[in-house]
Ligand binder design. Structure first.
Ligand SMILES: [Zn+2]
Ligand SMILES: [Zn+2]
Length: 329
């Protein structure tokens, strides 16, 4: 089979010919039809997140099950499935016993301890292979497994109340979905975007208002929740100036630069600062259903594995609008 392989940290991805994997006990073999390219793939390529080399990245994989391993009864050949980042844990530690496998020290991670989706085939544990809603195409489904799941989880963990205003900071791969999920959930939605060239598109995604920064957000009434999705700590912190009292600030975009947050602002407005990732299966299920209902549409750029150099460059430079997806029919 063909697979994009990163031989060592900072090496270019190579399209290699590898043996087709064989599913072990409890595992399924998935024929990949689409695999989203997340900015985290870049961090992983640089070795700034745990995981062995050489390996195949890609943690937004979707496809059909081609083979099931010994003992698998819950998934069948032909099932349309996708696999999130967290496939499971040790099932013995405190966090696994609480159903919070994402905190397990021995997390089974897609494109981390397990090989990822930028290949013709990948293995996954059957219980992690989420069934796709019938109406959702592979190309639309793939980015929900990280980008969509992440922002929808972030919205839910903030616990917005009826009538709340939700702002999204950073309108890229995550942000363009965050606007749509906030709007689909019934909230007045504000985009915080520094690039006026995106304004028309942002309006078409359903944003009620567009502001340039935290100060302008504050002037225009503020937000009760800010979903910070950009890869810039500086821009994220600036947006906090637009939070209303008792507001929640949810950090989802990753920047190795620390965030310099004003203690005065936190105290005077009694703000809540939350980190969020892909919090539980229920969020993924709902995120997929909302997309299948046509209320959220991923704006994709489609590529083939052969296009790897071009697409890597575009993602790294932040030029993709808004999610690059490898299509592998
Ligand atoms: Zn991701
Ligand atoms: Zn565990």
């Amino acid at each position: 089979m063909r697979a994009l392989v990163v031989e060592a940290p900072n090496k270019k991805w190579q399209l290699q010919d590898l043996p087709k994997p064989v599913p072990g006990p409890g595992q399924v073999l998935i024929r990949i039809h689409a695999s989203g390219f997340c900015f985290t793939d870049i961090h992983q390529t640089h070795g700034s997140l745990p995981g062995p080399f050489p390996r195949t990245l890609g943690h937004e994989p979707v496809g059909t099950i081609e083979e099931v391993g010994p003992g698998v009864t819950i998934r069948k050949v032909g099932d349309r499935v996708g696999v999130p980042w967290a496939q499971g844990g040790c099932e013995r530690c405190e966090w696994c016993l609480k159903g919070k496998q994402l905190f397990c020290a021995n997390l089974i991670g897609t494109a981390a301890s397990m090989s990822g989706g930028h290949a013709d085939y990948m293995l996954a544990y059957a219980q992690a292979a989420m069934l796709l809603p019938e109406k959702l195409s592979f190309e639309q489904a793939a980015p929900i497994f990280c980008a969509g799941y992440t922002v929808y989880s972030g919205l839910k963990i903030a616990k917005p109340q009826p009538g709340d205003r939700v702002a999204v900071q950073g309108i890229g791969g995550l942000g363009h979905l965050a606007i749509q999920y906030a709007k689909a959930s019934g909230f007045e939605t504000i985009a915080i975007s520094r690039s006026p060239d995106k304004d028309a598109l942002i309006k078409s995604l359903g944003a009620d208002h567009i502001v340039r920064d935290g100060a302008e957000l504050d002037k225009k009434g503020g937000a009760d929740v800010i979903l910070a999705t950009s890869n810039s700590s500086e821009a994220a912190v600036d947006a906090m100036n637009g939070l209303r009292p008792d507001g929640a600030f949810v950090v989802m975009g990753f920047d190795p630069e620390p965030m310099k947050i004003s203690a005065g602002l936190m105290i005077m407005k009694r703000l809540r600062l939350l980190g969020s990732q892909q919090n539980n299966k229920e969020d993924l299920y709902e995120a997929l259903q909302i997309a299948a209902a046509g209320k959220v549409k991923v704006i994709t750029e489609a590529y083939k594995f052969e296009d790897v150099e071009k697409v890597y460059d575009r993602v790294e430079r932040g030029q993709v609008r808004f999610r690059a997806v490898f299509i592998n029919n």
